[in-house]
Design a protein around this ligand. Structure first.
Ligand code: NAP
Length: 460
């Protein structure tokens, strides 16, 4: 198959879970393969480092598997290399037999309601990236001089941000939360966090384990109105037929039965309310919501239908947590409607339902949309790798198809490539800084500092 008897050379764009599972599947399937994992940040692991909540360290331990992948001599990590800027689409295709885009879904969805641009209204995507020390979001500090916060959405991200806002500093300081976030949260005036869903308790997207944690907070009582847990006719079948939904309702009912312990903060979970306007002049002062009723659609799913009844809450911060959104990559087809790269089992298509683009593949959230947990990306990546290995190899000119050629290209552009050795040096430095404070690590959050403190000669 391979005319030059070189190994199969694959570029994986994005060093998050989908990228690592893609690399792992390639290594397992073929001996003669070489994989370059390219990321625009110096740090690998994508959302495991910058998305998973800091108090969920166990979930982060999945990086040990990714480290093993990086230590395989057939793999290189090329951090601080931006696809589309430091290396173009055509250059990637000239140097690699195949490319797998695994860039995730970095943007957020908006609500499309008045007031969304006021200071004090932000996306959970920004808030999460800020408290996790993402270099691009160091300045995205939320306004925490407020008593009441509304978190819009009923997914696991909404649960994460609600929990982080409700936790005490003593609970958070044992984590790897960014120092800048810890400082701000220390002086937070937040007392009430209102997590609000547009549909009912049977349509919550959270997982039971995550939901349960909201009732176990040292610093916050949980408040649920039992009347809002009455299951409507339309949802009854889904509660009975779905073990996860049933468990979620059981947990919510236990919350509703819980007496207040007089803790300093309260987490409220509210249902069947859609935000319709964020109120305020210079900053957020309130949130107007419309009550919904639930109506079955023809396909059996449940729709929220506005009733014309309104509530107004005096909130100072609104965090919309209504899902992530993929963004287009230079030179790569993009389906604006789904915010994904159009594909057939991981093979990139020139448009939805269109023709395959030879040598180009996609994995993870940018392939299927922002759904599932970290492990979901494993099967997703396997599907892509199966397609990649089944396809005929693209012919490459013999000369450029060498790792050194990519290195030379990046060097000619003065790209300060952050390889796996340098990441290991940064990792050691962060972990050592955490040790004296009883924390898993203290993150560096500035790219220039990472590059400077972990120069190649220091990392050797
Ligand atoms: P998600 O699970 O898709 O939840 C999005 C929520 O936003 C839903 O409740 C949705 O309600 C609501 N929503 C959407 N548009 C809305 C609108 N216009 N007005 C009001 N509400 C609206 O998304 P996510 O929470 O961002 O999570 C993304 C993925 O990451 C999920 O698969 C999640 O499980 C995963 N994740 C996992 C963990 C973990 O395992 N610990 C942690 C974080 C994230 P409807 O249902 O009515 O559309």
């Amino acid at each position: 198959m391979n005319a030059h008897h070189d190994p199969l050379r694959v570029a994986v764009i994005g060093a998050g879970p989908a990228g690592f599972y893609t690399a792992e599947a390639l290594l397992k399937a073929r001996e003669d393969v070489s994989v370059d994992i390219i990321d625009r940040l110096p740090t690998p692991f994508g959302l495991v480092r910058y998305g998973v909540a800091p108090d969920h360290q166990k979930i982060k331990s999945v990086t040990r598997m990714y480290d093993r992948t990086c230590r395989d001599p057939r793999v290189r990590f090329l951090g601080n290399v931006e696809y589309g800027k430091d290396i173009s689409h055509d250059e990637i295709l000239a140097h690699y037999h195949a490319v797998v885009y695994a860039v995730g879904a970095p943007a957020d969805r908006d609500l499309g309601i008045p007031g969304e641009d006021l200071p004090g209204s932000m996306s959970a995507t920004e808030f999460v990236a800020w408290y996790n020390g993402h270099p691009d979001y160091r300045e995205a500090a939320p306004l925490l001089d407020v008593n009441t916060v509304a978190v819009i959405g009923m997914g696991n991200v909404a649960v994460d941000v609600t929990r982080v806002l409700a936790k005490s500093v003593s609970e958070l300081q044992a984590t790897d939360i960014a120092d800048h976030a810890l400082g701000r949260l220390r002086s937070s005036d937040v007392r009430d966090v209102m997590m609000v869903g547009r549909r009912g308790p049977a349509q919550g997207k959270f997982t039971t384990k995550e939901l349960r944690e909201l009732g176990e907070l040292e610093n916050a009582d949980i408040v649920v109105d039992p009347h809002e847990l009455e299951i409507d006719e339309a949802s009854r079948a889904s509660v009975e037929g779905d073990a996860v939904v049933k468990r979620n309702i059981d947990v919510l009912q236990a919350f509703a039965a819980k007496a207040s312990m007089g803790k300093p903060r309260r987490v409220h979970i509210r249902f069947c309310l859609s935000p319709v306007e964020i109120l305020g002049n210079d900053r957020v002062e309130g949130l107007r919501l419309e009550r919904n009723r639930l109506v079955p659609r023809e396909d059996g799913s449940i729709a929220a239908v506005a009733t014309g009844e309104y509530e107004t809450w005096p909130v100072g911060l609104v965090l919309r947590s209504v899902g992530y959104r993929g963004t287009a990559l230079p030179g790569v087809p993009f389906d604006e409607r789904r915010a994904t790269i159009p594909n057939d089992e991981g093979r990139v298509l020139d448009r939805p339902g269109g023709r395959t683009a030879a040598g180009e593949y996609v994995a993870g959230w940018i392939k299927r949309g922002p759904s599932g947990v970290i492990g979901t990306n494993k099967a997703d990546a396997m599907e892509t790798v199966t397609a990649l290995l089944a396809d005929p190899l693209r012919e490459l000119a013999p000369e450029p198809a060498k790792p050194q050629a990519v290195d030379a290209l990046l060097a000619s552009r003065n790209v300060d490539v952050f390889d796996y050795q340098r990441w290991c040096a940064l990792d050691r430095l962060e972990v050592a800084a955490g040790e004296s404070q009883g924390r898993p690590r203290v993150k560096l959050t500035e790219v220039s500092e990472m590059l400077l403190r972990c120069r190649p000669e220091v990392a050797e």
